[in-house]
Design a binder for this molecule. Structure first.
Ligand code: RNT
Ligand code: ZN
Length: 418
Protein backbone atom coordinates (compact mmCIF):
# COMPACT_ATOMS: atom_id res chain seq x y z
CA UNK A 1 0.00 0.00 0.00
CA UNK A 2 1.08 3.52 -0.73
CA UNK A 3 2.32 5.77 2.04
CA UNK A 4 -0.50 8.21 1.42
CA UNK A 5 -3.24 5.57 1.57
CA UNK A 6 -1.93 4.16 4.82
CA UNK A 7 -1.73 7.68 6.14
CA UNK A 8 -5.35 8.44 5.30
CA UNK A 9 -6.53 5.30 7.07
CA UNK A 10 -4.37 5.94 10.12
CA UNK A 11 -5.46 9.56 10.24
CA UNK A 12 -9.10 8.47 10.56
CA UNK A 13 -8.25 6.41 13.61
CA UNK A 14 -6.70 9.41 15.32
CA UNK A 15 -9.48 11.75 14.23
CA UNK A 16 -11.95 9.60 16.12
CA UNK A 17 -10.17 10.88 19.21
CA UNK A 18 -10.28 14.48 18.08
CA UNK A 19 -6.64 14.61 17.04
CA UNK A 20 -6.02 16.85 14.05
CA UNK A 21 -3.18 15.00 12.38
CA UNK A 22 -2.40 17.63 9.74
CA UNK A 23 -2.04 20.20 12.49
CA UNK A 24 0.19 17.84 14.42
CA UNK A 25 2.50 17.51 11.43
CA UNK A 26 2.63 21.28 11.06
CA UNK A 27 3.55 21.60 14.69
CA UNK A 28 6.19 18.90 14.53
CA UNK A 29 8.00 20.76 11.75
CA UNK A 30 8.51 23.68 14.11
CA UNK A 31 10.44 21.72 16.71
CA UNK A 32 14.20 21.99 16.32
CA UNK A 33 16.48 19.31 17.70
CA UNK A 34 20.02 20.37 18.51
CA UNK A 35 22.21 17.74 16.91
CA UNK A 36 25.58 17.32 18.59
CA UNK A 37 28.50 17.44 16.18
CA UNK A 38 30.65 15.21 18.37
CA UNK A 39 29.04 11.91 17.35
CA UNK A 40 30.85 12.37 14.03
CA UNK A 41 34.42 12.17 15.33
CA UNK A 42 34.19 10.51 18.74
CA UNK A 43 34.44 13.81 20.66
CA UNK A 44 37.84 14.47 19.12
CA UNK A 45 37.72 18.03 17.82
CA UNK A 46 40.29 19.73 15.63
CA UNK A 47 42.74 21.34 17.99
CA UNK A 48 46.25 21.51 16.61
CA UNK A 49 47.70 20.13 19.83
CA UNK A 50 44.89 17.65 20.28
CA UNK A 51 45.27 15.18 23.12
CA UNK A 52 43.36 12.20 24.41
CA UNK A 53 39.69 12.36 25.31
CA UNK A 54 39.45 12.89 29.08
CA UNK A 55 37.04 14.22 31.68
CA UNK A 56 35.54 10.94 32.76
CA UNK A 57 33.67 10.27 29.54
CA UNK A 58 34.57 7.57 27.06
CA UNK A 59 33.85 6.57 23.51
CA UNK A 60 34.19 2.90 22.65
CA UNK A 61 34.39 1.20 19.27
CA UNK A 62 36.58 1.60 16.21
CA UNK A 63 34.18 1.67 13.31
CA UNK A 64 36.05 3.04 10.30
CA UNK A 65 35.38 6.37 8.63
CA UNK A 66 35.27 8.93 11.40
CA UNK A 67 35.58 12.56 10.38
CA UNK A 68 39.18 13.81 10.56
CA UNK A 69 38.69 17.38 9.42
CA UNK A 70 36.01 20.07 9.75
CA UNK A 71 35.14 19.55 6.09
CA UNK A 72 34.60 15.85 6.61
CA UNK A 73 32.54 16.45 9.72
CA UNK A 74 30.33 18.99 7.97
CA UNK A 75 29.90 16.69 4.99
CA UNK A 76 28.86 13.84 7.30
CA UNK A 77 26.45 16.13 9.12
CA UNK A 78 24.95 17.19 5.81
CA UNK A 79 24.38 13.56 4.93
CA UNK A 80 22.66 12.90 8.24
CA UNK A 81 20.59 16.09 8.00
CA UNK A 82 19.38 14.99 4.56
CA UNK A 83 17.89 11.88 6.17
CA UNK A 84 16.21 13.62 9.09
CA UNK A 85 12.86 15.36 8.61
CA UNK A 86 12.58 19.01 9.67
CA UNK A 87 14.92 21.93 10.24
CA UNK A 88 17.30 21.48 13.12
CA UNK A 89 20.31 22.93 14.91
CA UNK A 90 23.91 21.85 15.23
CA UNK A 91 25.64 21.82 18.58
CA UNK A 92 29.38 22.57 18.60
CA UNK A 93 32.09 22.30 21.22
CA UNK A 94 35.01 24.71 21.54
CA UNK A 95 37.40 21.98 20.34
CA UNK A 96 35.77 22.24 16.91
CA UNK A 97 37.41 25.63 16.33
CA UNK A 98 39.32 26.14 13.10
CA UNK A 99 42.57 27.96 13.77
CA UNK A 100 44.41 27.49 10.50
CA UNK A 101 47.15 25.32 11.90
CA UNK A 102 47.90 27.79 14.65
CA UNK A 103 47.84 26.83 18.32
CA UNK A 104 45.19 29.03 19.94
CA UNK A 105 44.72 28.49 23.65
CA UNK A 106 41.12 27.90 24.64
CA UNK A 107 40.92 31.10 26.64
CA UNK A 108 41.88 32.97 23.48
CA UNK A 109 39.29 31.52 21.14
CA UNK A 110 37.33 34.05 19.12
CA UNK A 111 34.30 34.14 16.87
CA UNK A 112 36.56 34.15 13.80
CA UNK A 113 37.62 30.61 14.61
CA UNK A 114 34.05 29.53 13.97
CA UNK A 115 33.44 31.53 10.82
CA UNK A 116 33.43 28.44 8.61
CA UNK A 117 30.78 26.84 10.78
CA UNK A 118 28.62 29.94 10.63
CA UNK A 119 28.97 30.21 6.87
CA UNK A 120 28.12 26.55 6.54
CA UNK A 121 25.07 26.96 8.79
CA UNK A 122 23.90 29.85 6.61
CA UNK A 123 24.38 27.87 3.41
CA UNK A 124 22.37 25.00 4.79
CA UNK A 125 19.06 26.68 5.28
CA UNK A 126 20.21 28.91 8.13
CA UNK A 127 20.64 26.19 10.69
CA UNK A 128 20.86 27.39 14.27
CA UNK A 129 24.10 26.73 16.13
CA UNK A 130 24.57 25.94 19.82
CA UNK A 131 27.79 25.91 21.78
CA UNK A 132 29.77 24.33 24.62
CA UNK A 133 33.03 25.39 26.19
CA UNK A 134 35.31 22.34 26.35
CA UNK A 135 36.63 21.80 29.87
CA UNK A 136 38.12 18.38 29.29
CA UNK A 137 40.78 16.77 27.05
CA UNK A 138 43.32 19.38 28.14
CA UNK A 139 46.49 19.54 30.23
CA UNK A 140 44.87 22.10 32.54
CA UNK A 141 42.13 19.60 33.41
CA UNK A 142 44.44 16.60 33.68
CA UNK A 143 43.71 16.15 37.39
CA UNK A 144 39.99 16.25 36.72
CA UNK A 145 39.41 19.74 38.10
CA UNK A 146 38.64 22.97 36.25
CA UNK A 147 36.34 25.70 37.56
CA UNK A 148 36.58 24.29 41.09
CA UNK A 149 40.37 23.82 41.02
CA UNK A 150 42.25 24.91 44.16
CA UNK A 151 44.77 26.75 41.95
CA UNK A 152 43.35 30.19 41.10
CA UNK A 153 45.37 30.38 37.88
CA UNK A 154 43.77 27.23 36.55
CA UNK A 155 40.33 28.46 37.51
CA UNK A 156 41.07 31.74 35.81
CA UNK A 157 42.03 29.97 32.60
CA UNK A 158 38.75 28.05 32.50
CA UNK A 159 36.70 31.09 33.50
CA UNK A 160 38.19 32.95 30.56
CA UNK A 161 37.53 30.02 28.29
CA UNK A 162 33.87 30.03 29.30
CA UNK A 163 33.58 33.77 28.76
CA UNK A 164 35.24 33.41 25.34
CA UNK A 165 32.75 30.64 24.56
CA UNK A 166 29.76 32.77 25.47
CA UNK A 167 31.03 35.46 23.12
CA UNK A 168 31.36 32.93 20.33
CA UNK A 169 27.79 31.85 20.98
CA UNK A 170 26.68 35.48 20.93
CA UNK A 171 28.24 35.74 17.49
CA UNK A 172 26.29 32.65 16.37
CA UNK A 173 23.10 34.22 17.65
CA UNK A 174 23.74 37.50 15.89
CA UNK A 175 24.72 35.91 12.60
CA UNK A 176 22.01 33.28 12.47
CA UNK A 177 19.10 35.16 13.98
CA UNK A 178 18.41 32.54 16.63
CA UNK A 179 19.93 32.50 20.11
CA UNK A 180 22.64 29.94 20.74
CA UNK A 181 22.45 27.83 23.86
CA UNK A 182 25.81 27.76 25.63
CA UNK A 183 26.01 24.82 27.96
CA UNK A 184 28.67 24.59 30.64
CA UNK A 185 29.55 21.08 31.65
CA UNK A 186 32.67 20.42 33.73
CA UNK A 187 34.21 17.11 34.75
CA UNK A 188 35.22 18.19 38.26
CA UNK A 189 35.03 15.57 40.95
CA UNK A 190 36.91 13.01 43.00
CA UNK A 191 37.49 9.32 42.55
CA UNK A 192 37.32 8.66 46.26
CA UNK A 193 35.30 9.82 49.21
CA UNK A 194 36.00 13.52 49.71
CA UNK A 195 37.04 14.99 53.03
CA UNK A 196 35.38 18.24 52.01
CA UNK A 197 32.45 18.49 49.67
CA UNK A 198 31.78 22.13 50.28
CA UNK A 199 34.98 23.97 49.36
CA UNK A 200 35.07 22.85 45.69
CA UNK A 201 31.40 23.81 45.37
CA UNK A 202 32.06 27.23 46.84
CA UNK A 203 34.79 27.71 44.25
CA UNK A 204 32.59 26.47 41.39
CA UNK A 205 29.90 28.92 42.42
CA UNK A 206 32.39 31.78 42.44
CA UNK A 207 33.78 30.79 39.07
CA UNK A 208 30.31 30.64 37.53
CA UNK A 209 29.50 34.06 38.96
CA UNK A 210 32.56 35.46 37.21
CA UNK A 211 31.67 33.77 33.94
CA UNK A 212 28.13 35.15 33.97
CA UNK A 213 29.14 38.60 35.16
CA UNK A 214 29.85 39.37 31.53
CA UNK A 215 26.41 40.30 30.27
CA UNK A 216 25.25 38.97 26.95
CA UNK A 217 21.87 39.68 25.44
CA UNK A 218 19.56 36.66 25.70
CA UNK A 219 18.45 37.45 22.19
CA UNK A 220 21.81 36.00 21.10
CA UNK A 221 22.97 33.69 23.84
CA UNK A 222 21.22 31.62 26.47
CA UNK A 223 23.30 30.04 29.25
CA UNK A 224 22.76 26.56 30.60
CA UNK A 225 24.54 24.47 33.23
CA UNK A 226 24.69 20.67 33.11
CA UNK A 227 24.94 18.52 36.21
CA UNK A 228 26.23 15.00 36.61
CA UNK A 229 26.11 12.16 39.08
CA UNK A 230 29.48 10.53 38.51
CA UNK A 231 32.14 10.02 35.86
CA UNK A 232 35.06 7.71 35.27
CA UNK A 233 37.54 8.90 37.90
CA UNK A 234 34.90 10.93 39.73
CA UNK A 235 32.89 8.01 41.04
CA UNK A 236 32.61 9.23 44.62
CA UNK A 237 31.88 12.90 44.14
CA UNK A 238 31.00 15.34 41.39
CA UNK A 239 31.22 19.04 42.24
CA UNK A 240 28.48 20.11 39.83
CA UNK A 241 25.73 17.85 41.12
CA UNK A 242 22.05 18.17 40.26
CA UNK A 243 21.21 20.06 43.43
CA UNK A 244 24.18 22.37 42.94
CA UNK A 245 23.12 23.45 39.47
CA UNK A 246 19.39 23.43 40.11
CA UNK A 247 19.98 25.89 42.91
CA UNK A 248 22.43 27.92 40.87
CA UNK A 249 20.20 28.09 37.82
CA UNK A 250 17.10 29.10 39.74
CA UNK A 251 18.88 31.79 41.70
CA UNK A 252 20.78 33.21 38.75
CA UNK A 253 18.21 32.88 36.04
CA UNK A 254 20.14 30.29 34.04
CA UNK A 255 18.85 27.15 32.39
CA UNK A 256 19.29 23.75 33.92
CA UNK A 257 20.38 21.21 31.39
CA UNK A 258 19.30 17.68 32.24
CA UNK A 259 21.27 14.91 30.59
CA UNK A 260 19.28 11.67 30.66
CA UNK A 261 22.45 9.72 31.48
CA UNK A 262 23.35 11.77 34.53
CA UNK A 263 21.03 10.38 37.18
CA UNK A 264 20.63 7.21 39.18
CA UNK A 265 19.56 4.33 36.94
CA UNK A 266 15.95 4.37 38.11
CA UNK A 267 15.70 8.14 38.33
CA UNK A 268 13.94 9.46 35.25
CA UNK A 269 14.35 12.83 33.60
CA UNK A 270 10.79 12.57 32.30
CA UNK A 271 9.55 12.90 35.87
CA UNK A 272 11.59 16.05 36.46
CA UNK A 273 10.34 18.18 33.59
CA UNK A 274 6.98 19.24 35.04
CA UNK A 275 8.50 20.21 38.39
CA UNK A 276 11.39 22.12 36.90
CA UNK A 277 9.11 24.04 34.58
CA UNK A 278 6.99 25.18 37.49
CA UNK A 279 9.93 27.20 38.72
CA UNK A 280 11.75 28.18 35.59
CA UNK A 281 10.56 29.31 32.16
CA UNK A 282 12.90 27.14 30.21
CA UNK A 283 14.81 23.93 30.48
CA UNK A 284 17.41 22.22 28.29
CA UNK A 285 17.93 18.53 27.65
CA UNK A 286 20.72 16.25 26.54
CA UNK A 287 18.79 13.26 25.38
CA UNK A 288 21.08 10.26 25.58
CA UNK A 289 20.78 6.58 26.48
CA UNK A 290 22.63 5.26 29.48
CA UNK A 291 23.17 1.51 29.45
CA UNK A 292 24.21 0.50 32.98
CA UNK A 293 26.21 3.74 33.26
CA UNK A 294 26.47 7.09 31.48
CA UNK A 295 27.45 5.23 28.33
CA UNK A 296 25.93 7.62 25.79
CA UNK A 297 24.43 4.96 23.55
CA UNK A 298 22.44 6.05 20.51
CA UNK A 299 18.94 7.14 21.49
CA UNK A 300 16.32 4.48 20.78
CA UNK A 301 12.54 4.76 20.78
CA UNK A 302 12.27 3.35 24.27
CA UNK A 303 9.73 3.98 27.00
CA UNK A 304 11.69 6.78 28.64
CA UNK A 305 12.13 8.65 25.37
CA UNK A 306 8.38 8.48 24.76
CA UNK A 307 7.72 9.57 28.31
CA UNK A 308 10.02 12.58 27.95
CA UNK A 309 8.22 13.61 24.78
CA UNK A 310 4.82 13.08 26.39
CA UNK A 311 5.82 15.36 29.24
CA UNK A 312 6.97 18.06 26.82
CA UNK A 313 3.92 17.78 24.58
CA UNK A 314 1.11 17.37 27.09
CA UNK A 315 2.45 20.16 29.30
CA UNK A 316 2.52 22.50 26.33
CA UNK A 317 6.25 22.94 26.74
CA UNK A 318 7.56 22.57 23.20
CA UNK A 319 8.87 26.12 23.26
CA UNK A 320 10.16 25.83 26.79
CA UNK A 321 12.31 22.73 26.52
CA UNK A 322 15.36 23.06 24.33
CA UNK A 323 15.95 19.55 23.09
CA UNK A 324 19.52 18.53 22.38
CA UNK A 325 21.11 15.15 21.85
CA UNK A 326 24.23 13.75 23.44
CA UNK A 327 25.48 10.32 22.43
CA UNK A 328 28.64 8.99 20.89
CA UNK A 329 28.96 5.48 19.61
CA UNK A 330 32.09 4.58 17.67
CA UNK A 331 31.08 0.97 17.12
CA UNK A 332 28.61 1.71 14.31
CA UNK A 333 28.47 3.95 11.26
CA UNK A 334 28.46 7.45 12.73
CA UNK A 335 26.14 8.98 10.14
CA UNK A 336 23.70 6.18 10.87
CA UNK A 337 24.06 6.88 14.60
CA UNK A 338 23.02 10.50 14.11
CA UNK A 339 20.20 9.49 11.80
CA UNK A 340 18.81 6.80 14.10
CA UNK A 341 19.03 8.88 17.26
CA UNK A 342 17.61 12.07 15.78
CA UNK A 343 14.83 10.33 13.89
CA UNK A 344 13.91 8.61 17.13
CA UNK A 345 13.75 11.88 19.01
CA UNK A 346 11.41 13.32 16.39
CA UNK A 347 9.40 10.09 16.22
CA UNK A 348 8.84 10.18 19.96
CA UNK A 349 7.53 13.75 19.73
CA UNK A 350 5.15 12.69 16.99
CA UNK A 351 4.08 9.72 19.08
CA UNK A 352 3.33 12.04 21.99
CA UNK A 353 1.37 14.44 19.80
CA UNK A 354 -0.81 11.57 18.61
CA UNK A 355 -2.04 10.64 22.05
CA UNK A 356 -5.37 12.12 23.24
CA UNK A 357 -3.58 13.82 26.09
CA UNK A 358 -6.43 16.02 27.25
CA UNK A 359 -8.84 13.13 27.39
CA UNK A 360 -6.37 11.06 29.40
CA UNK A 361 -5.78 13.95 31.79
CA UNK A 362 -9.51 14.22 32.28
CA UNK A 363 -9.82 10.52 33.08
CA UNK A 364 -7.18 10.92 35.75
CA UNK A 365 -8.98 13.91 37.24
CA UNK A 366 -12.15 11.83 37.41
CA UNK A 367 -10.30 9.02 39.12
CA UNK A 368 -11.02 6.69 36.23
CA UNK A 369 -7.76 4.81 36.36
CA UNK A 370 -9.09 1.74 34.56
CA UNK A 371 -9.86 3.68 31.43
CA UNK A 372 -6.68 5.72 31.75
CA UNK A 373 -4.57 2.56 31.75
CA UNK A 374 -6.65 0.84 29.07
CA UNK A 375 -6.39 3.74 26.62
CA UNK A 376 -2.76 4.49 27.33
CA UNK A 377 -1.98 0.88 26.48
CA UNK A 378 -4.18 0.78 23.37
CA UNK A 379 -2.59 3.92 21.98
CA UNK A 380 0.78 2.25 22.01
CA UNK A 381 -0.27 0.18 19.01
CA UNK A 382 -2.22 2.80 17.10
CA UNK A 383 -0.91 3.20 13.53
CA UNK A 384 1.56 5.92 14.32
CA UNK A 385 4.14 4.43 11.91
CA UNK A 386 1.91 5.31 8.96
CA UNK A 387 1.79 8.94 10.08
CA UNK A 388 5.55 8.99 10.56
CA UNK A 389 6.14 7.57 7.06
CA UNK A 390 3.89 10.18 5.52
CA UNK A 391 5.67 12.92 7.47
CA UNK A 392 9.04 11.73 6.15
CA UNK A 393 7.70 11.66 2.60
CA UNK A 394 6.23 15.13 2.95
CA UNK A 395 9.49 16.48 4.33
CA UNK A 396 11.43 14.97 1.45
CA UNK A 397 13.48 12.47 3.42
CA UNK A 398 13.62 8.68 2.98
CA UNK A 399 10.64 6.70 4.22
CA UNK A 400 11.15 3.84 6.68
CA UNK A 401 14.51 2.09 6.52
CA UNK A 402 15.29 3.27 2.98
CA UNK A 403 17.62 5.89 4.47
CA UNK A 404 19.99 3.03 5.18
CA UNK A 405 20.67 2.73 1.45
CA UNK A 406 21.86 6.32 1.39
CA UNK A 407 24.15 5.69 4.34
CA UNK A 408 25.57 2.54 2.77
CA UNK A 409 26.27 4.40 -0.45
CA UNK A 410 27.90 7.23 1.48
CA UNK A 411 29.97 4.75 3.41
CA UNK A 412 31.17 3.08 0.23
CA UNK A 413 31.91 6.28 -1.64
CA UNK A 414 33.10 8.56 1.13
CA UNK A 415 33.66 7.06 4.58
CA UNK A 416 35.55 3.95 3.47
CA UNK A 417 37.98 6.13 1.49
CA UNK A 418 39.22 7.83 4.63
C1 RNT B 1 29.38 14.54 29.82
C2 RNT B 1 28.28 15.46 29.42
C3 RNT B 1 28.61 16.41 28.31
C4 RNT B 1 29.40 15.78 27.19
C5 RNT B 1 29.52 16.65 25.96
C6 RNT B 1 30.55 16.15 25.02
O1 RNT B 1 28.97 13.58 30.70
O2 RNT B 1 27.15 14.73 29.09
O3 RNT B 1 27.46 17.01 27.87
O4 RNT B 1 28.86 14.56 26.81
O5 RNT B 1 29.69 17.95 26.31
ZN1 ZN C 1 25.51 15.80 28.24
Amino acid sequence: MMVKESYELAKKEYEKWGINVDEVLQQLQQVPISIHCWQGDDVGGFEVNKGELSGGIDVTGNYPGKARTPEELRSDLEKALSLIPGKHRVNLHAIYAETNGEVVERDRLEPKHFENWVNWAKEHGNLGLDFNPTLFSHEKSADGLTLSHPDPEIREFWINHCIASRKIAEYFGKELGTPALTNVWIPDGYKDVPSDRLTPRVRLKESLDKIFQVEIDEQYNIDAVESKLFGIGSEAYVVGSHEFYMGYALKNNKLCLLDTGHYHPTEMVSNKISSMLLYSDKLALHVSRPVRWDSDHVVTLDDELKEISLEIVRNDALDKVMIGLDFFDASINRVAAWTIGTRNMIKSLLYAMLVPNNHLKQLQEEGNFTERLALMEEFKTYPFGAIWDYYCEQMGVPVKETWLEDVKKYEKEVLSQR
